[in-house]
Design a protein around this ligand. Structure first.
Ligand SMILES: [Zn+2]
Length: 72
């Protein structure tokens, strides 16, 4: 995934898809995205951006439905 950690302050701004914010394509300005597990691709011009904190949302996510009791 695309976790900048402490290096973020040293490297400046990097273009990435941020799931909780409106995202505009740096190539065409569009705002429709096809979101994968690691990247988001612009629906208009196919510009791909890495996901900020990727792997925590999208079609590949497997969620637990509550806390299941362990079989004894
Ligand atoms: Zn685009």
């Amino acid at each position: 995934m695309y976790d900048f950690g402490i290096r973020h302050a040293l490297t400046g701004y990097r273009v990435a898809y941020r799931p909780q914010q409106p995202n505009y394509c740096p190539g065409c300005g569009g705002s429709h995205w096809m979101i994968g597990r690691l990247t988001a691709e612009c629906a208009y011009c196919a510009t791909a951006l890495p996901l900020m904190a990727g792997g925590s949302s999208g079609n590949g996510l497997i969620r637990r439905q509550g806390d299941a009791a362990l079989a004894a």
